[in-house]
Design a protein around this ligand. Structure first.
Ligand code: PLP
Length: 397
């Protein structure tokens, strides 16, 4: 945590906790680093599902080539703040109304998930045309990863054998412009694995297109760049990834590669800050109960990990009785919910943790507040702070 963030967190009035603190300067630096590592022929989309806070998107808009959205809601949200930004619309189960909205919004790419979806698209196009990518579930295994979405049975994308039926639909409808293929197989892949996967995908795509005499203009190799919550300092190796993509692209003139990472872009700039309400012992183990919990920060429950955190000691103790504390022992940090699942970090050794101390949970940006079950038990919502804020993009209705 840098000094500015620490000072801000330390100054927050206790009644304003829990709070999310977003460090926009570090987000800007990180996005700049990612962009600089990638070859020019790689287009970088940010997957808005990770965190679509408009102030974050505003920072990212200067460094990415567009946003990837996965619902009509995300599409309207992003388009209302960024009328001119290229948008790719993906995700399974698009309704006819969402497809129509995508056409109205002038998305730059629509990622088609099935032949049926393609046919529904043709019913909402009217006299307009659209650029599409066919999403393929290739039988490639990305190795041990956090979340698998392809390479095995699943609802995402088309099997390679089903692509020809889509080509037949496209061949008879000039409004459908096939630009290429989309392959997002997993999340949580580190750079060497992602490069191997990209190489396999590009090789397969080249062979597939050549056999059908298709001019393959682009391949989107997805997001899923690894984020290691157990080792917050070990970032995805963007430099190695960029160099590897450069090598792959050198063999394929005229091809554009797209990537659409979410978590690895925003995970590091957010902090969920709270206060230790109580420290207690139960059957020989220490528990720290904090204000808030997984209804604000569901990430550790969803991913079954320990959310990394930093203790910010509060030196004063205003009560006349002894301060509850844990000392040189493992502590489990839980929230205020009446469920044993409300665990933010389990059995983490601490030197000292006391009631009244502040806890800043790190890596609390991507898939954090936006995937949490906010209304359960009706606790108050956290405050949101944006450090080094750029002007909020106006929303255009
Ligand atoms: C199609 C698609 N693209 C991109 C992403 C972003 O993945 P990540 O946040 O792991 O980079 C996802 C996540 O589920 C996805 O489904």
């Amino acid at each position: 945590m840098n000094r500015e963030v620490l000072a801000h967190i330390s100054r927050l009035p206790i009644d304003d906790l829990p709070a999310y603190v977003y460090d926009l300067r570090s987000l800007r630096d990180h996005a700049r680093t990612i962009r600089a590592a990638l070859p020019e022929r790689v287009e970088l989309l940010y997957a808005a599902k990770a965190n679509a806070d408009p102030r974050l998107l505003r920072v990212l808009a200067d460094h990415v080539d567009g946003f990837e959205v996965a619902s009509g809601g995300e599409l309207s949200h992003v388009r209302s703040h960024f009328p001119d930004m290229p948008i790719a619309f993906g995700g399974p189960g698009k309704t006819p109304a969402e497809l129509a909205r995508a056409v109205d919004a002038g998305v730059s790419r629509l990622h088609v998930e099935s032949e049926h979806e393609l046919r529904v698209l043709t019913t909402v196009l009217g006299d307009r045309s659209i650029d599409i990518l066919l999403r393929v579930n290739l039988a490639l295994t990305p190795g041990p990863v956090a979340l698998t979405m392809g390479g095995r049975p699943g609802p995402f994308g088309l099997e390679p054998a089903q692509l020809d039926n889509c080509l037949a639909v496209i061949a008879t409808d000039r409004r459908l412009r096939l630009r290429g293929l989309h392959v997002h197989l997993a999340s949580g892949i580190q750079a060497p694995g992602h490069l191997d996967l990209a190489e396999d995908v590009l090789k397969w795509a080249h062979g597939w297109a050549e056999a059908r005499r298709i001019n393959l203009a682009e391949v989107n190799v997805g997001g899923g760049m690894g984020v290691d919550y157990a080792h917050p300092d070990q970032l995805f190796d963007w430099a190695a990834f960029g160099t590897g993509l450069h090598r792959l692209l050198a063999r394929r003139q005229g091809l554009t590669v797209r990537i659409e990472p979410g978590r690895s872009v925003t995970a590091y700039c957010g902090w969920y800050v709270t206060e230790v309400l109580d420290v207690k012992r139960s059957h020989g183990e220490a528990f720290a109960v904090v204000r808030g919990g997984t209804h604000h920060l569901r990430t550790p429950a969803a991913k079954q990990h320990n959310q990394p955190f930093q203790i910010i000691p509060a030196d004063t103790w205003p009560r006349p009785w002894p301060r509850p504390e844990a000392r040189r022992e493992p502590v489990t940090l839980v929230g205020q919910l009446c469920t044993p699942k409300d665990v933010l970090a389990r059995r983490i050794p601490v030197r000292q943790l006391r009631s009244g101390d502040r806890i800043a949970f790190a890596m609390a940006d991507a898939y954090a507040w936006n995937i949490s079950h906010h209304d359960f038990l009706m606790h108050p919502a956290p405050a949101f702070h944006h450090l080094d804020e750029a002007p909020v993009p106006a929303s255009v209705p």
